[in-house]
Design a protein around this ligand. Structure first.
Ligand code: TYD
Ligand code: MG
Length: 452
């Protein structure tokens, strides 16, 4: 007797099930994302009778079997993961196409001393070898496999017994348990759960590379992010050389860490002193530039903000930003107009965060406002002055977190003045003698101080 196959329509964006095809997903609102998939051939076999013989244990009696983390050569990766790779963990590694995911993972595989298996479903052996030669191979224990059929991959993992496995990418894998095509939600989910079982049972750490959708999520539903232990994101502007490695979920460490790399012709290089690189050494001062003492992850980072304000040539003025939220820019422009009396409503405003970085630390608000004012007035800001404060709707200068860390980083890099919020003064216990801390309450005072 033929087994009854259960089918369902599944949204490829969020994983929502529907018995019939829908044009628009009722769960995530995306259009044309429903695809018919076979959901589970073995569903009828499931029952409520207990199968496993696991007993509840007293938590105080559970033995702590802490396995030592794999400390890889890539110090940034170690730090971002919370001090190395936990054996048996599953790490999802997402990023836009061409950002350098395969490069970073291949680099890990060929430069370390652990036994690593690199599985690629995207490139041929030859292509990977060419890339590896460019980066320079130093690991004699690195295996390469070009395969997309999951059972074959599992078989080879069983034979080679690597410590770390890299899957490039989850969207290319498929298994015969599910009938839908590779890259569909059901396939991704099934393959990931098989990999999790393998990882946990054999203490193998697995990196899974995942593609990213146009709105910045890892393709496949959030389900995938729930299943894995750690989610890493690789981001940056493809036209710039800097890449940021962030964690958005980590079961074994903080999600506040950040790794910074530079893409060179022979692979990715760790940037040890990011602030030094992000700020251009200028002989003369230009208007429209302000330096923000920001914090990215746990690290202080000096970021150069550039603004250009010019008369709107055509009708509606333009507001254009790179690396900064346009809505936030509009808010700052409105505050400047209302509180400082600048008529910016008829001007084009362009804003750029140097180095192709994307910043969402609100502490750069003040430097954004000052860069705009500097460009508007065509008066340069002293290159040894930096800013760390948020701006409120009423024009008040609001405090920011970890202000001491920002001040000491600024002092270390040779800045002479730092402008912070008056409300932050109580957090500053030990003053660094090399830097003058200017505490202000309102945006007008900053304007007075700079151009007064
Ligand atoms: P890749 O790792 O293939 O990106 P992803 O896997 O995220 O899609 O990297 C692609 C880009 O990186 C490619 O456009 C060229 C660049 N690149 C370098 O600049 N230097 C290098 O040494 C390598 C290997 C790649
Ligand atoms: Mg790739």
């Amino acid at each position: 007797m033929a087994t009854k196959v259960k089918k369902s329509f599944i949204c490829q964006n969020c994983g929502n099930h529907s018995p019939k095809w829908e044009g628009k997903c009722i769960s995530c609102g995306e259009w044309n994302t429903y695809v018919e998939e076979v959901i589970d051939k073995q569903q009828s076999k499931r029952s409520l009778t207990p199968q496993k013989k696991n007993h509840p244990n007293l938590i105080t009696e559970v033995k702590n079997q802490q396995l030592e983390r794999y400390k890889v050569r890539d110090q940034e990766l170690n730090r971002v993961l919370g001090g190395g790779i936990v054996p048996g963990s599953l790490i999802l590694f997402g990023g836009e196409p061409g950002i350098g995911k395969s490069t970073l993972m291949l680099q890990l595989a060929i430069k370390d001393t652990y036994k690593i298996l690199y599985v690629s479903g995207e490139e041929s052996d030859q292509q990977i070898k060419m890339r590896a030669d460019r980066i320079a191979i130093s690991n004699d224990n690195c295996f390469l496999l070009t395969e997309t059929f999951l059972p074959n991959i599992l078989h080879h993992i069983g034979k080679i017994e690597p410590q770390i496995v890299i899957i490039d990418s989850i969207q290319t894998l498929y298994t015969s348990i599910i009938e839908s095509s590779a890259g569909s939600i059901s396939q991704i989910r099934e393959c990931t759960s098989e990999l999790i079982k393998l990882a946990k049972a054999n203490h193998i750490s697995i990196f899974i590379i995942g593609h990213i959708t146009k709105d910045g999520n890892i393709a496949g539903p959030k389900v995938l992010e729930h299943m894995v232990d750690t989610v890493l994101h690789f981001e940056g502007d493809r036209n710039h050389v800097y890449r940021l490695l962030r964690t958005t979920k980590n079961r074994f460490g903080s999600t506040n860490e950040l790794g910074i790399y530079e893409m060179l012709s022979n692979g990715l290089r760790i940037v040890d002193n990011p602030s030094d690189i992000l700020i251009t050494d200028r002989e003369e001062d230009f208007s429209g530039i302000a330096i923000a003492a920001s914090i990215e992850g746990m690290r202080p980072l000096m970021i150069e903000i550039q603004a250009l304000v010019s008369s709107a040539a055509y009708g509606t003025p333009q507001r254009s930003t790179t690396g900064y939220d346009t809505k936030r820019l509009n808010m700052i422009l409105a505050v400047l107009e209302k509180k400082c009396g600048f008529k910016l409503g008829l001007k084009d405003v362009f804003l750029n965060v140097a180095g192709g970085l994307k910043v969402d630390d609100p502490s750069i608000d003040l430097s954004v406002a000052c860069a705009i004012l500097s460009s508007n007035e065509d008066i340069s800001i002293d290159s040894k002055t930096c800013f760390a404060a948020e701006i409120g709707l009423s024009g008040e200068i609001r405090s920011v977190n970890r202000v001491e860390q920002r001040i000491s980083e600024a002092a270390k890099l040779g800045f002479k003045n730092i402008i912070v919020s008056k409300y932050n003064e109580k957090n500053i216990s030990s003053l660094t003698p090399d830097i003058n801390v200017v505490a202000v309450k309102k945006i007008e005072e900053v304007f007075e101080y700079l151009f007064g």
